[in-house]
Design a protein around this ligand. Structure first.
Ligand SMILES: Cc1cc2nc3c(=O)[nH]c(=O)nc-3n(C[C@H](O)[C@H](O)[C@H](O)COP(=O)(O)O)c2cc1C
Length: 212
């Protein structure tokens, strides 16, 4: 009787949510484009409560984030929030020099802002390269904010400033959702850019570990 009931619940949840439930940790069995969910813009704690909870954490559970959390983290970090294509973060002259990459346990993905999806860049476990502290390897998500140079003499100052807004948005989202996060200025940046094929014309700016 119980097994029959469980099968019915599983059948219904698969019918509703497709392959997997967006509220449970993802499985990441294949390395392919991850179509992200639209953010739930009516959710979250009030702003003052959220700010009062904002902090850095350096101990992470290794289980993957849910698709809902992954989707909303990318959106708050650098997503589009208006019909004119502008973003959840401000940027000097709306130039948006930063690209956001997600280091997950099965590879590195590029966040396609316009399509709101994660696109595969390089398959494999590169969590170690995402930082120089041991907790980085355990965190199921390490965001990389990487700047694309505007010409040969770009000093990347604008990108450094922009990255603070991305990081803070993710801090506030995590405080609201009960997730853990810390921004980091340290990563194994030359190795990272090499495996990502971004050796020329790109600069690592900031990383951010996120998890439960
Ligand atoms: C630009 C920047 C770089 C940081 N780099 C690191 C880092 O490499 N490793 C780390 O553990 N924390 C890093 N942090 C987090 C700070 O250590 C942390 O914000 C500070 O200790 C204050 O703690 P709180 O965030 O909990 O208020 C960085 C913070 C900022 C703003």
């Amino acid at each position: 009787m119980r097994i029959a009931l469980l099968s019915i619940v599983l059948f219904i949840s698969t019918a509703i949510f497709g392959q997997s439930n967006p509220n449970v940790p993802m499985e990441l069995k294949t390395f392919e484009t991850i179509k992200l969910l639209a953010p739930d813009t009516l959710s979250g704690k009030p702003l003052m409560q959220t700010i009062s909870r904002r902090k850095s954490d350096r101990q992470f559970d290794s289980r993957n984030l849910s698709l809902k959390h992954l989707s909303e983290i990318l959106w708050v970090a650098n997503g589009v929030n208006r019909a004119n294509g502008k973003r959840t973060v401000p940027s000097s002259m709306a130039r948006y020099p930063l690209q956001t990459y997600a280091v997950l346990s099965n590879g590195i993905y590029f966040y396609n802002v316009q399509k709101h999806q994660l696109e595969p860049v390089v398959e494999g476990n590169f969590q170690k390269l995402a930082g120089r502290q041991s907790f980085v390897e355990t965190a199921p998500l390490n965001l990389l904010y990487i700047a694309k140079a505007r010409g040969e003499n770009d000093d990347f100052n604008a990108a450094f400033m922009d990255s603070g807004y991305c990081g803070q948005n993710v801090y506030l989202y995590c405080a609201s959702e009960g997730l853990k996060t810390v921004v980091r200025a340290s990563a194994q940046e030359s190795e990272l850019l090499k495996v990502m094929g971004l050796e020329t014309g790109y600069k690592f700016i900031l990383a951010q570990s996120v998890g439960y």
